[in-house]
Design a protein around this ligand. Structure first.
Ligand code: NAP
Length: 230
């Protein structure tokens, strides 16, 4: 039987790498990206079945790269994970000091690219009655000082996710807030934070959205892990 296929963006480190590893352990075929080719290659080489992985270095904000990702996807796509994301300038500036170009970049990566990827692979997702997982953040719903640009990009992603879920009832479309994790992104935002979760510990919650037939919508990984959701 042909194994299921997932396209996971930003899979060279952090949460994307942890999720890619879990899917690879299940025998899934993967299409993955990340901008740094060496880091992406090293991460893929360490996966259980690198032969089942297509690694395409590139920037999700680049339409040509997105087209390459879509071309690498087979006829049926079981899972699209829009995980690649940028914080914008650090230390995180107050909105009064956020350059317009920096906001445009964050929106291009965190909001526009995920929708464009959905559009690019929609027929393959529909053939598989697949799952879209858009990785959001609590910054989408909480007003944290300094997080306005990134938070706005994730709030807009949440809205796109919610409307896509309504417009494509044959798919399962989710936004998920993974919670705070010990990753490069979190270190860039808050170098002094301690006690953060390993991204691998968040993966089981995300896999619930893949495995179970939960209604489309926005979820918190903490709620999924606590089994409060059904
Ligand atoms: N860490 C947290 O506490 C936290 C909390 C809430 C939500 N999140 C969300 O969780 C997701 C994963 O975050 P993380 O903490 O694992 O981040 P991370 O450690 O910074 O990893 C980000 C991954 O995405 C890739 N990437 C970044 N920009 C990209 C671009 N423009 N095009 C293609 N790939 C790109 C990175 O590789 P390259 O740099 O080589 O491109 C890397 O593989 C993100 O959506 C983030 O917003 C994280």
């Amino acid at each position: 039987m042909t194994p299921p296929t997932a396209l996971v963006t930003g899979a060279s480190r952090g949460l994307g790498a942890a999720l890619a590893e879990a899917l690879a352990r299940r025998g899934w075929r993967l299409v993955v990206d990340g901008r740094d080719p060496a880091r992406l290659a090293a991460t893929v080489a360490a996966l259980p079945r690198p032969d089942l992985v297509t690694a395409l270095p590139g920037d999700v904000a680049d339409p040509a790269h997105r087209a390459a990702l879509a071309s690498a996807v087979p006829d049926r796509l079981d899972l699209l994970v829009n995980n690649a994301s940028e914080l914008g300038p650090t230390p995180l500036p107050r909105l009064a000091d956020l350059p317009a170009e920096a906001l445009e970049r964050v929106l291009a990566v965190n909001t526009v690219a995920p929708l464009a990827l959905v559009q690019a692979v929609l027929p393959a997702l529909e053939r598989a009655r697949g799952v879209v997982l858009d990785v959001s953040s609590d910054a989408a719903v909480e007003a944290y000082e300094g997080w306005g640009g990134y938070g706005a990009s994730k709030a807009a992603l949440d809205r796109l996710t919610a409307v896509l879920a309504v417009e494509h009832p044959a798919l399962r479309v989710y936004a998920v807030d993974p919670g705070d994790m010990a990753t490069d992104m979190h270190r860039a935002a808050d170098p002094d934070a301690t006690g953060l979760r390993d991204p691998a510990d968040v993966v089981p919650a995300l896999l619930r959205l893949v495995d179970e037939d939960l209604p489309g919508g926005r979820y918190r990984a903490a709620d999924l892990a606590a089994e409060a959701v059904r």
